[in-house]
Design a protein around this ligand. Structure first.
Ligand code: FMN
Length: 158
């Protein structure tokens, strides 16, 4: 019997992850982003990663059209940013510090790392689409990560 949605969330919640906000642009100075932890490194040469985006997400059409995205890895003090970008609707960037990266997608202020990508392939993944991104630009700072485990925000050692 197929596993139910809630049970799958509960089981997968045992896999501790970092938390990212994946951003893109919608043209005309409009920006989109969503909180995501379905992220994986894929290849070193060429440098590739993947993110999985829900087809029902409001930002989905922009990921499909722009063919670029930026992964923003959140710092331990950015739970508020994670919560903001995990809710659909409104201008999520209002009052949030960011700059526009070389690929045209926003880089959020205060993040531990950013990874700018060009979308080079996309794959069917059930109710999500798997985007394969070629990594173009990156940056990091020192700090502690925001973590997500069993449905809650955590920090290292906490
Ligand atoms: C910790 C966490 C991880 C998430 N990971 C993903 C993910 O990997 N992919 C995804 O599509 N949604 C993920 N979500 C849900 C989206 O952030 C949420 O559906 C968001 O409202 C979508 O925004 P949008 O509708 O404005 O595009 C996650 C939410 C949380 C809190």
């Amino acid at each position: 019997m197929a596993i139910g949605e809630n049970e799958l969330r509960r089981v997968m919640g045992h896999f501790a992850t970092g938390v990212t906000v994946v951003t893109t642009h919608g043209g005309g100075g409009r920006y989109f982003g969503l909180t995501a932890n379905a992220l994986s490194s894929v290849s070193l040469v060429p440098p590739l990663l993947l993110v999985c985006v829900d087809k029902k997400a409001e930002s989905y059409a922009s990921f499909e059209q722009s063919k670029v995205f930026t992964v923003n890895i959140l710092a331990a003090d950015q739970e508020d940013i994670s919560r903001r970008f995990a809710v659909s609707g409104g201008d999520k960037f209002e009052g949030v510090s960011y700059r526009v990266g070389a690929n045209g997608a926003p880089i959020l202020g205060g993040v531990l790392a950013y990874i700018e990508c060009k979308t080079v392939a996309s794959y069917e993944g059930g109710d999500h689409t798997i985007y394969l991104g070629e990594i173009k630009e990156t940056g990091t700072v020192e700090g502690k990560p925001l973590l997500f485990y069993r449905g809650g925000y955590r920090s290292l050692g906490g």
